[in-house]
Design a protein around this ligand. Structure first.
Ligand code: 5AD
Ligand code: SF4
Length: 438
């Protein structure tokens, strides 16, 4: 029996692609292993969003050379966003001659054929579809958890934020049909799934490419009716498209969790313009204030980039000011990373690493206390928690997530994993809550 090992380097979409790859390989009888040394095929599902993810994949691929020397039959396959870019693909192939198979994000279903071709001919097999208009909707996933699942609702992105490589790797925006999404979610519900996370680069523009126009809020309303599903989340929305209709959805749909991830990227209007984000700091804050007014207990998280080309101290202080006003529950923070092919990579006023790191630290110094404050408000409240796993350090401690997506640790036994239970919050830290089941 062939064994495969797969490493995932990127975001939730990348993770979900990994679940699809596992499904495709298990369907042809391959078995997953956690040990690279015993694998017959090693797959790297790469990410292109930041240089650090690229460097990690590149470095780890280099380390596989030894394994390949010891076992010349070992098959090394590389896929994911990085492989969608011709220059990067060619660079990887020229430096790492031991790569056997390259495939992209649009032809995961063909992997068995590609392996077969490689086994028959011994040739390097490279198969990447750059035209991303088609949606291959016939792949299932072998999901990591039975009680929660990612569901793609759209692919690609049309926004062309000037720093971002995604429109060049994942192609133009296209939506999956309502019917196929509902079908998938109904099947998930039947197999005991309680929580779905809808995935798309810009879920607010869902439906624009469909013949039968459906808005994202309408899709949410349809999914809200599916019996068995208890929680609906989504990732990621764009502030410029964050509509009143969606605020209404938060109010009217009982299964839509009270958490919003709304990447702001910067608080400086000048930088937002250079980033091609199409909203101002004031417009962003107006959306947040309105949402908090309507849904007072909503948790709001964001993405922030520091050190975008030309970012001045004043621009950066605008970002700090925005964080204080928006009172984010938490944020993913990134050092700006040059991505060849994007407009921002051509800008000549790149920020020195030293300044980037200094601003990054100052950003965290402002973010963390605000996050802690918002967690403190949960002390003594009872939260509904979807129990996810046993703690790595202590098998009597469980962890799970509240509706507002905060991680909670509490005592309990493994037989309640997958259930939604009531937990009273007793203590909080910056990133986690502690509680006891009631
Ligand atoms: N440099 C740093 N961060 C980036 N992101 C996207 N592209 C870059 C880049 N070139 C961040 C954005 C986005 C998140 C997924 O990754 O904040 O929202
Ligand atoms: Fe990248 Fe902007 Fe599209 Fe998000 S919305 S994927 S940051 S181009």
């Amino acid at each position: 029996m062939m064994k495969f090992h797969i490493s995932t380097f990127g975001c939730q979409m990348n993770e979900h692609d990994t679940e699809k790859i596992i499904w495709v390989l298990e369907k042809i009888g391959y078995q997953q292993t956690n040990n690279r040394n015993e694998a017959d095929i090693i797959i790297f599902n790469t990410c292109a969003v930041r240089k650090t993810a690229e460097d990690r994949a590149f470095g780890q691929l280099g380390e596989l050379q030894d394994l390949k020397r010891k076992n010349p039959d070992l098959i090394i396959a590389v896929c994911g966003c990085l492989m969608q870019k011709e220059e990067i693909r060619d660079y990887f192939l020229s430096k790492h001659k031991h790569i056997d198979i390259v495939f992209g994000t649009n032809n995961i279903h063909k992997l068995p054929q590609l392996i077969d071709r490689h086994l028959r001919t011994g040739d390097k097999v490279i198969d990447v579809i750059e035209d991303t208009r088609e949606i291959s909707d016939n792949i299932d996933s072998n999901r990591k958890y039975s009680y929660k699942a990612f569901v793609d609702i759209m692919y690609g992105c049309n926004n062309f934020c000037s720093y971002c490589i995604v429109p060049y790797t994942r192609g133009r925006e296209r939506s999956r049909s309502v019917k196929s999404i509902i079908n998938e979610v109904e099947n998930l519900a039947q197999t005991g799934c309680k929580e779905i996370t809808l995935l798309g680069q810009n879920v607010n523009s869902y439906g624009k490419t469909l013949e039968e126009k459906t808005t994202f809020s309408q899709l949410l309303a349809l999914l809200n009716k599916i019996e068995g599903i208890e929680r609906i989340r989504f990732m990621t929305s764009h502030p410029k498209d964050f509509s009143d209709e969606l605020i209404e959805a938060y109010k009217s749909l009982d299964k839509l969790c009270n958490h919003l991830h709304l990447p702001v990227q910067s608080g400086s209007n000048r930088i937002l313009k250079l980033m091609n984000r199409n909203y101002t700091k004031e417009q962003y804050l107006e959306r947040i204030y309105k949402l908090r007014e309507e849904i007072p207990d909503i948790a709001i998280t964001t993405d922030i980039i520091v050190g975008f080309p030309g970012e001045t101290e004043e621009d950066f202080e605008e970002t700090l000011d925005l964080i204080k006003k928006a009172k984010f529950d938490s944020a993913f923070t990134f050092l700006y990373s040059i991505r060849e092919g994007t407009n921002a990579a051509k800008m000549t006023n790149q920020i020195p690493d030293e300044i980037k790191h200094d601003r990054f630290q100052r950003l965290l110094d402002v973010l963390y206390p605000i996050g802690l404050e918002s967690n403190k408000r949960l002390i003594k409240t009872v939260q509904k928690v979807l129990v996810e796993e046993i703690s790595k350090n202590d098998e009597n401690i469980l962890s799970g997530r509240t509706e507002c997506n905060k991680l909670v640790h509490f005592k309990g036994s493994r037989d309640i994993i997958g259930q939604i239970v009531d937990v009273e919050i007793t203590n909080v830290k910056t990133f986690t809550l502690e509680g006891r089941m009631v």
